[in-house]
Ligand binder design. Structure first.
Ligand SMILES: NC(=O)c1ccc[n+]([C@@H]2O[C@H](COP(=O)([O-])OP(=O)(O)OC[C@H]3O[C@@H](n4cnc5c(N)ncnc54)[C@H](OP(=O)(O)O)[C@@H]3O)[C@@H](O)[C@H]2O)c1
Length: 259
């Protein structure tokens, strides 16, 4: 049974691994046996994480990547193949959010969010997918969010990007299943990182969110380990085009008793 989750001899690219969830995902995959390609727009931000992965006995190749650059994406794939000869797993994690009332968003805000979260994820999948198709094997894990499924105030471009990520995931799953490639969305609920640290400074918000999560706490770093390893491994061989929410039940809707 344990072999189903074994990632030794596998190579995983994790985009946006300079901090936050990207490091949670990379750490979990490395602990399951995978060698990594880790990316950031600034290579120096990867030094510490590379050392941590190497201390686990795994390899970590740092690559500079801005997902808005076609050249960077092509270079990432070339570097991965040169180093390891293969890519088995892609975690499309790089992303950002801009918070504003919808009456205030600029065209630039919209382009920044959509070009990073949606266009970037698609073209990383395309470039890596071309390599996976040659080998008839691949696991693509697109990071989504609760907003793949529902709306939220103050982050309209972000919700558009996440809805798009789910749609693209389903299309790629439909198209690439015949090549042995699965494509799924892993959608984290609330995890404290640089992207949303400002929310966690607001105790009222934290109490509100905690109350609406059936498991009564925001996510902890280890909460994503099982799902990312599952989706990256043979255990999920017959699952594609799906979304798995790791949100403590937040999206179940009616989490409190009626007054
Ligand atoms: N935290 C949550 O609760 C939560 C919930 C649902 C979904 N998510 C999603 O999970 C992903 C990671 O979020 P996080 O909370 O860990 O955020 P974070 O701490 O801000 O980290 C974001 C990562 O994305 C990279 N990145 C940003 N823009 C990039 C670009 N143009 N090209 C390449 N890399 C870029 C950053 O790398 P550099 O700045 O070093 O380049 C960084 O490593 C995001 O897609 C986010 O939307 C987060």
């Amino acid at each position: 049974m344990q072999d189903l989750f074994d990632l030794s001899q596998r190579v995983a690219i994790v985009t946006g691994a300079s901090r936050g969830l990207g490091q949670y995902f990379g750490r979990a995959l490395a602990k399951a046996g995978a060698d990594l390609v880790i990316t950031s727009r600034d290579l120096s931000r990867l030094d510490e994480f590379r050392r941590e992965i190497e201390s686990l006995g795994r390899k970590a190749l740092p690559v500079q990547l801005d997902v808005r650059s076609q050249d960077d994406i092509e270079n990432m794939v070339r570097s991965a193949v040169n180093e390891y000869g293969r890519i088995d797993i892609l975690v499309n994690n790089a992303g950002l959010n801009i918070r504003n009332p919808s009456s205030e968003f600029t065209w630039e805000d919209w382009d920044t969010v959509l070009q990073t979260n949606l266009r970037g994820a698609f073209f990383c999948a395309q470039a890596v997918g071309r390599e996976m198709i040659k080998r008839n094997y691949g696991r693509i894990i697109n990071v989504g969010s609760c907003t793949c499924l529902f709306g939220m105030e103050g982050i309209a471009p972000y919700t558009a990007s996440r809805g798009g990520v789910l749609a693209v995931t389903r299309s790629l799953a439909a198209e690439w299943g015949k090549y042995g490639i699965t494509v799924n969305v892993l959608a984290p609920g609330w995890f404290k990182t640089a992207q949303n640290a400002v929310l966690y400074e607001n105790k009222q918000w934290l109490d509100y969110i905690t109350d609406r999560i059936p498991l009564k706490r925001p996510g902890q770093p280890h909460d994503l380990d099982g799902t990312v390893v599952f989706l990256a491994s043979d255990a999920s061989e017959y699952i594609t085009g799906q979304i798995i929410l790791v949100d403590g039940g937040f999206t179940t809707g009616a989490t409190r008793a009626m007054p």
